[in-house]
Design a protein around this ligand. Structure first.
Ligand SMILES: Cc1ncc(COP(=O)(O)O)c(C=O)c1O
Ligand SMILES: N[C@@H](CCCC[NH3+])C(=O)O
Length: 434
């Protein structure tokens, strides 16, 4: 059995996370329940930061809060000295509510509204990552009206096909994100941005995709961008202070996944950018990264109460839990795979293979196919590993199921950081017919 971070088995033979008994957590906070191992998030954050520090490279590690955005999580990111990447007015509002320093916030998105851009400008956030010409004109108008100067990065698509699921690819030419690097669009954007007095063009951003296991894509992207930077220095006199290579570092969900260490992605990126800067006689840019999944993914575990089971003789046995695609849509959306154990007896010998069904009225609401487990008992609590990224943040109210609670555990202490939704919450914004 593979355990992540502080997860292990305690003297009662129960799963323990952050020094807290998972069965007690389910009892005290209910199920489904998202549990986060805070020490593991801290370890991951420090790992990224230390790699840059050890190599003496100016850098920002921005937590991509789309992976899991709540007030407590943003505060944890701040405690660990991270910057923050937000992609909507809602994520920005969460960050501001959490007291996150605005100057360390970066704002992403391919269709930011006027209202969202105004909010970002009014909050004097660290930088806006301009994605397209429409947004550039909108932002220019806002900066002129408000007579303020804003830091910007330009998001480019370098034409890289990273090896991951099609829906989470973002760096290829045929993408809704960013200015195309190869066909002159990025250069046109740059020449439109540089002369505008109310912009300070800090540099270039790209993000090639998510759950990537190799460094090749990052290296290729860096090469393509730095080549262009050298051309632009020559032709336009533009020198990039920042090179933001986005997030996308892959993690281990199941034994089939073999990611490299997060620090290794960073070390190889640094080595390449240093080499390229030397080759093209460019000033070494500050390197920014935006990890989401690799900061919080394996720190999250979801606990479910098991319920109904159904045997289709000779075909399959279904075991249903009290959540599903409403709290974790990733299996339905990306065929994502997870591992799981019974939290009340994680080391019990598996005696059958079952498929874990969610409770939504959808045949596609299956959390795990063909999972080896001991024969089920009524009191069993299923613990699904590695659900920390894009789990709670993509949770929804399909079938009017309230979204789960979230608990942080650290040093033997459990802290509720998001309350469980109630039925009253579900009808809060509904209005009667008459
Ligand atoms: C621009 C940008 N930065 C960062 C991330 C975070 O990616 P990941 O969670 O894979 O690290 C994403 C999501 O893929 C993204 O679109
Ligand atoms: N939500 C996706 C990743 C998308 C990343 C956002 N650009 C996932 O669960 O894997």
């Amino acid at each position: 059995m593979y355990f992540y971070g502080t997860t292990g088995v305690n003297k009662d033979g129960h799963l323990e996370i952050g020094g807290v008994d998972a069965v007690e957590l389910a009892k005290n906070f209910g199920t489904p329940l998202y549990v986060y191992d805070v020490a593991l998030i801290r370890e991951r954050a420090r790992g990224f930061k230390q790699t840059f520090e050890q190599q003496n490279v100016r850098a920002q590690v921005a937590y991509a809060s789309k992976a899991f955005s709540t007030v407590a999580m943003v505060q944890l990111a701040e405690e660990e000295g991270l910057s923050l990447d937000v992609v909507s007015g809602g994520e920005l509002y969460t960050a501001i509510t959490a007291g996150f320093p605005p100057e360390k916030i970066h704002f992403h998105g391919n269709n930011k509204s006027r209202e969202e851009l105004e909010m970002a400008v009014d909050q004097k956030i660290g930088c806006i990552v301009v994605d397209n010409f429409y947004e550039m004109e909108l932002l220019k108008a806002i900066c002129l009206e408000k007579q303020v100067k804003t830091n910007i990065l330009l998001r480019v698509t370098p034409g890289i096909e990273a090896h991951t699921h099609d829906y989470i690819l973002t760096g290829q030419e045929d993408s809704k994100f960013g200015f195309d690097l190869q066909n002159g669009q990025a250069e046109n954007a740059l020449t439109a941005a540089i002369p505008f007095d109310h912009f300070n063009v800090l540099g270039i951003h790209c993000h090639i995709g998510s759950q990537i296991f190799e460094t090749t894509g990052f290296i290729l992207a860096a090469q393509k961008i730095v080549e262009k930077l050298a051309e632009w220095k020559e032709r336009i006199g533009f020198e990039s202070e920042v090179l933001n290579l986005g997030g996308g570092f892959g993690i281990r969900y199941t034994k089939e996944d073999e990611p490299i260490q997060p620090s290794q992605y960073v070390s190889e990126i640094i080595k390449e950018v240093k080499k390229l800067a030397g080759e093209y006689s460019l000033k070494m840019p500050e390197i920014w990264i935006e990890p989401g999944r690799s900061l919080v993914g394996d720190a999250g575990i979801t606990l479910y109460q098991v319920g109904a089971s159904k045997d289709v003789p000779g075909v399959r046995k279904y075991l249903a839990v009290d959540g599903g695609m409403s709290d974790n849509i990733r299996p339905a959306l990306y065929q994502a795979k997870y591992e799981a154990v019974f939290a009340n007896r994680p080391l019990a010998q598996a005696s059958e293979t079952v498929s874990i069904a969610g409770k939504c009225c959808e045949s596609g609401d299956m959390l795990i196919w063909d999972l080896p487990l001991p024969e089920q008992k009524d009191e069993d609590i299923l613990a699904v590993f590695c659900t920390g990224a894009y789990g709670y943040s993509m949770a929804n109210n399909y079938n009017r199921i309230p979204r789960p609670a979230v608990v942080f555990v650290e040093d033997g202490k459990a802290t509720l950081v998001v309350k469980r939704e109630t039925y009253e919450d579900l009808v809060r914004y509904d209005l009667p017919l008459k």
